[in-house]
Design a protein around this ligand. Structure first.
Ligand code: ADP
Ligand code: MG
Length: 311
């Protein structure tokens, strides 16, 4: 059995949101402890992960150091965080497997994902990233061609494109590593946003890709049996935050699409997970589970989480 596990932000940062290197290492140790159980149970595991807080930190460095070293573009931030988080996750996984007297080779792959250069996000960016700054601090960046939005009391925030992921360009490499027995960490942050020009040349672009939608695409590209979206809640919930809140257990993809259409899932958080789950199930007929890290082994056995299936 082959499982793709998409790790959310809580797998890589402290519960209070702090992202010092030691926070990220401890969070990865907790996450990889759960993943090691999955590996030991005989499942072929592929991992992907978010990178929002890490890219946010790189952007602050870009801003503060712009007069001294050249700022790096967003696709480079994506590549850097894939490599760094891959390194942290591999160390944590090796240690967790060693505690179980097991060894399994792992590999972290810098992974590009194709997007359309004509995606509407490039002319009308909608995805807020990085920290809030004052109007005075936003102006020089706007002068450099960046798009910033006045978000009222909190200050100004940068908007970038969040294009639809079309193809995991490096999926063949992921597949080769899986087939060679590696636990593969790939497509972090949804993949490095990349466009292909008319001559077929690939080039990174200033954009971010939704991690959950990137995970669904990777899951489809490397033929996984189950996609597990691991976050900080054990279920997707109907009426979230209301007195009628009810966790969703087993559900069909058609029912889940209905719930989404009724606005049960917030657009910046649970919404993309539900969309990713539905896309994967609709495209493959296989199952997707949305749950928390502590439940992933049970989720793979069909005993925990929000289990979205074809029927
Ligand atoms: P991740 O880092 O794993 O992507 P997110 O914060 O983006 O995590 O998404 C998980 C969060 O989604 C939960 O912590 C919860 O606050 C929020 N959320 C919004 N709507 C729902 C819902 N209907 N059911 C469950 N969680 C929801
Ligand atoms: Mg999220």
């Amino acid at each position: 059995m082959r499982v793709l596990l998409a790790l959310g932000g809580n797998a890589m940062t402290n519960a209070d949101g702090r992202a010092r290197s030691e926070d990220q290492i401890s969070a990865a140790e907790i996450a990889m402890d759960a993943v090691a159980d999955l590996v030991v149970s005989g499942v072929d595991v592929v991992l992907t992960h978010g990178n929002g807080p890490q890219v946010g930190n790189l952007l602050v460095k870009n801003e503060l150091a712009a007069a001294v070293v050249p700022p790096v573009p967003l696709d480079w931030c994506g590549a850097q965080t894939q490599a760094t988080l891959g390194n942290v996750l591999m160390n944590a996984l090796d240690a967790a497997l060693a505690r179980r007297d097991t060894a399994r080779p792992s590999a972290a792959l810098v992974t590009r994902t194709l997007v359309d250069a004509d995606d509407p996000g490039f002319t009308h960016p909608t995805k807020p990233i990085g920290r809030y700054v004052s109007a005075d601090d936003a102006l020089p960046m706007i002068a450099h061609g960046e798009i910033w939005e006045d978000r009222g009391e909190k200050g100004w925030r940068r908007l970038v494109a969040c294009p639809e992921p079309l193809e995991v360009i490096d999926a063949p490499a992921v597949l080769a590593l899986i087939e060679a027995g590696f636990v593969v960490i790939a497509n972090g942050g949804g993949g490095i946003p990349t466009v292909r020009d008319d001559a077929g040349v690939l080039r990174g672009v200033e954009a971010v890709i939704d991690k959950d939608l990137g995970a669904a695409l990777l899951a489809r590209s490397v033929d996984v049996d189950i996609l597990v979206v691991a976050t900080d809640v054990p279920h997707a919930i109907l009426g979230y935050g209301t007195p009628e809140a009810a966790p969703i257990g087993r559900v069909t993809v058609a029912q889940m699409r209905d719930h989404a259409a009724q606005g049960h899932f917030a657009s910046g958080s649970m919404g993309p997970k539900v969309d990713a789950a539905c896309r994967f199930v609709e495209d493959t007929g296989n199952t997707c589970v949305i749950t928390d890290l502590a439940s992933i082994l049970a989720a793979v056995r069909g005993e925990a989480g929000t289990i979205v299936s074809a029927n």
